[in-house]
Design a protein around this ligand. Structure first.
Ligand code: ZN
Length: 344
C-alpha cells in the first residue's frame, strides 16, 4: 500500500480527489493531436469509472494505479464498472484493455455499440454522406486529401491506442439510474457534440459529469457527420434546467465551479458565431458565397485552426439550412431574408 501511495504521489498531477469519493484521473499524451483527458472514479463497493480514455500502455497503467490507490484507502471500495460518455477515440480507446486487464464491466448505450464494435463500424459511422461531400468539397479537394486520410487511418489506431469493443457487458439506456452505494446517478442524454453523448448527474450533490459538452476554458469541437448544432443548443439548455446544479466535471480541463454562468457563456458564443456566418453570407456581393470563399474569410491561413474550424462552420450552415435561413444554389450559399435573432 505504501509503495502504491508514493508512486501515486509522484503522479499527483494525474490524480486528485475533487469531491469526497470522486477522483479525477488525467491522461496526458505527449502528442499534440491527442489532448489531455479526464476520467473520473466514483468510489464505492461497486464503484464506477466514467470514460475509458486512451489505450496506450502509460494511460492504462495510470488508470490501474488510480484504481489500486482508491481501493487502498477504503477496504470496502472496489472499482468494477466503466461507463462511456461518447464514442470519440480519446474516450473509448482504452475500454477493452480496462475490461481485459482490470476486469471492469463495460457499460454502453445501444447506439454506442454500433459505432465502436470494430474498425469497419467506426469508419462507417464517421463517414460524411454524399450530400455533405457534394456541398462542402470538390472532387479535386477530396483527391488531394486522400494521402493524408490514408496516413491518418494507418496512424489512427496507434495515436489513441484504440481497441474496439465487440463485446460490451451491459447496455444502459438514457434516463437509467446507476447506483453507487447510496448515491444515485442519472444518465442524461446530451447529443450535439456527438450524437451518442450521455452525461451523468447526481442531484443531491449537484454534480454533473458533462463529458465534452461543457468545458471550462475551451469551446467544444463541433463537426460533421455526428455533431448537430440544434441538438447541442438543446443539450446546453437542458443542463441549465438541472435542479441544484453546482459543478460540472468535464472531460478536458478543470472543474466548472460556476456551471450556469459558463453554460450561458457557451450559448451566447454559439449564437454570435451563427449570426456571424449568416451575416457574412447575407452581405456577400453578387448575392452569395461559395463554401471555400467563406472558409478563406474565416480562416485565411491554411493551418490546424482552419482544419478544426471547418467542422463548426459546416454544422452552423446545416443548422441555418434547416431553419430556411440559407439555401444552396449550385456551389453558392445564399441567405434568405430572415430575422436571424428569432432563429437562435
Ligand atoms: Zn468528444
Amino acid at each position: 500500500m505504501h509503495r502504491i501511495e508514493s508512486e501515486i504521489k509522484m503522479k499527483i498531477k494525474n490524480f486528485k480527489e475533487v469531491y469526497p469519493g470522486i477522483f479525477r484521473i488525467v491522461e496526458q499524451r505527449s502528442l499534440r493531436v491527442t489532448p489531455p483527458i479526464n476520467l473520473y472514479v466514483i468510489a464505492g463497493s461497486d464503484g464506477l469509472l466514467f470514460d475509458g480514455g486512451y489505450g496506450d500502455d502509460v494511460s492504462i497503467q495510470i488508470v490501474g494505479d488510480a484504481i489500486d490507490y482508491v481501493q487502498s484507502i477504503n477496504k470496502n471500495w472496489r472499482i468494477t464498472r466503466v461507463l462511456l460518455s461518447h464514442t470519440h477515440p480519446d474516450h473509448f480507446a482504452g475500454l477493452r484493455r480496462l475490461q481485459q486487464q482490470y476486469h471492469l464491466t463495460i457499460m454502453l448505450t445501444e447506439p454506442m455499440t454500433h459505432v465502436i464494435a470494430n474498425r469497419k463500424s467506426y469508419i462507417h459511422a464517421n463517414k460524411e454522406d454524399g450530400v455533405l461531400k457534394k456541398r462542402y468539397s470538390t472532387i479535386q479537394q477530396r483527391l488531394a486529401a486522400l494521402p493524408l486520410e490514408f496516413f491518418y487511418q494507418k496512424m489512427f489506431k496507434k495515436l489513441y491506442g484504440i481497441q474496439y469493443v465487440p463485446n460490451p457487458d451491459i447496455i444502459v439506456s438514457p434516463h437509467d439510474t446507476i447506483t453507487v452505494d447510496n448515491t444515485k446517478w442519472k444518465i442524461i442524454p446530451g447529443p450535439g457534440h456527438c450524437a451518442d453523448h450521455i452525461m451523468l448527474y447526481n442531484k443531491e450533490q449537484g454534480i454533473l459529469f458533462g463529458g465534452d459538452n461543457v468545458l471550462r476554458s475551451i469551446y467544444t469541437w463541433l463537426g460533421p457527420p455526428r455533431s448537430d448544432l440544434q441538438a447541442y443548443m438543446q443539450t446546453l439548455h437542458s443542463c441549465l434546467q438541472l435542479p441544484h446544479l453546482e459543478c460540472i466535471l468535464g472531460a478536458h480541463g478543470k472543474p466548472v465551479a460556476n456551471p450556469k454562468q459558463r453554460i450561458e457563456q457557451i450559448i451566447e458564443y454559439r449564437k454570435s458565431r451563427t449570426k456571424q456566418i449568416y451575416s457574412i453570407i447575407a452581405n456577400a456581393p453578387n448575392g452569395g458565397i461559395t463554401f471555400d470563399r467563406l472558409m478563406n474569410m474565416m480562416y485565411p491561413k491554411k493551418n490546424g485552426h482552419r482544419w478544426l474550424g471547418r467542422g463548426w462552420i459546416i454544422v452552423t450552415i446545416e443548422y441555418l439550412l434547416n431553419k430556411n435561413a440559407l439555401m444552396f444554389q449550385d456551389k453558392k450559399i445564399i441567405a434568405n431574408p430572415v430575422d436571424i435573432n428569432s432563429l437562435l
